[in-house]
Write a new protein. Structure first.
Length: 340
């Protein structure tokens, strides 16, 4: 009788353990739901740049289309956000920068209704509304689906999509495809919210001189991340686009305006920081290390990271991240706030 009772108890306990193991998808961080991959993609053009003339300033223009996605185990997009950092830097016929080097350059999404597309739009929709419509259309699709979408002269070829997206979609397409193809399992799970943060500065721009061309530099820092129900970051990707547009002493653009401008993550070791780095790490390695450091933290905790002159003060963190982190923290705060 005792043996039968012992066997029954043992079987009950074993069954409970097995059921507990099979019935939960929770991991050690408390996340639930299926694992998702997080991806970030950029598509950058400087082709709208124009020479200065005797009558008007020229412009060095960088248009960085940015897409953030989450992707499920079948390669299908579950969330998508699209933004553009459109940076126009004035250039005079005397080869000087005419824009305020300390000005803020909000993205098109941040501008919202102030971007002013609605009044000129054939479908009566603002830029962010059209970007959101494209992002919603992309949900449930794979990279192959997006790559194979119908496009006519840069516009959506599908009538239903064109009814809500009347602007060119080639940049959207390229950025979303890259984001899906780059997507990696970094800790996101089903139910987490996706956020995108963008910040652009032009303070590194320089006038032309007798020694050489000037440079209009649009430097855009990006964070694509996911946030759990507890407000903590569950995955994070940090990248930057450093678009350098050269011009001569007469304000003529000398840069190749058809050039492919790669982000720092895309450049990888070709960016060339490792050889000059005190810790022997490339920029993309340091950005990835800082992104990993933010996982499990709230935006306030990230903002509270100890710094000395813009760099990480903690010895362990500084051993893997020697670059300035102030811009990283800024876009992370924006991305968390945008995660809905």
């Amino acid at each position: 009788m005792k043996k039968k009772l012992l066997s029954l108890v043992s079987a009950t306990v074993l069954s409970a353990v097995v059921l507990a193991g099979c019935g939960s998808q929770s991991d050690s961080t408390g996340a639930t739901g299926a694992e998702l991959k997080t991806g970030l993609g950029t598509s950058v053009s400087i082709s709208s740049s124009e020479d200065a003339t005797a009558d008007a300033d020229g412009k060095a223009q960088a248009d960085a289309t940015i897409a953030a996605v989450t992707v499920d185990g079948n390669g299908k997009i579950t969330q998508c956000i699209i933004d553009i950092a459109q940076t126009e830097i004035g250039v005079s016929a005397q080869g000087t920068i005419t824009s305020d080097l300390n000005a803020e350059y909000p993205s098109k999404r941040e501008l919202g209704d102030n971007y002013g597309m609605k009044k000129a739009s054939a479908i009566g929709k603002e830029w962010y509304e059209q970007a959101d419509a494209f992002a919603a259309w992309a949900v449930g699709k794979t990279a192959s689906d997006i790559s194979g979408m119908a496009i006519s002269e840069g516009y959506a070829g599908d009538a239903d999509l064109a009814a809500s997206v009347s602007i060119h979609v080639t940049g959207f397409q390229a950025a979303v495809v890259e984001a899906v193809n780059n997507a990696t399992a970094l800790g996101a799970h089903e139910g987490d919210k996706l956020g995108l943060g963008v910040s652009t500065k032009i303070s590194n721009s320089e006038d032309a001189s007798a020694e050489g061309d000037g440079t209009a530099e649009a430097y855009t820092t990006i964070s694509a991340l996911t946030v759990g129900s507890d407000g903590k970051i569950t995955s994070d990707i940090i990248d930057a686009v450093q678009a350098k547009i050269t011009f001569d002493a007469n304000g003529a653009i000398t840069a190749d305006t058809a050039a492919d401008v790669k982000s720092k993550n895309e450049l990888g070791e070709a960016y060339g920081m490792k050889k000059a780095s005190a810790i022997g790490k490339e920029w993309n390695e340091q950005a990835a290390a800082y992104a990993a450091y933010t996982v499990g933290k709230t935006a306030d905790e990230v903002a509270g990271t100890a710094m000395e002159e813009g760099r990480a003060a903690d010895a362990d963190l500084a051993a893997s991240v020697s670059v300035h982190i102030t811009d990283f923290n800024s876009v992370i705060a924006k991305a968390v706030a945008a995660a809905k």
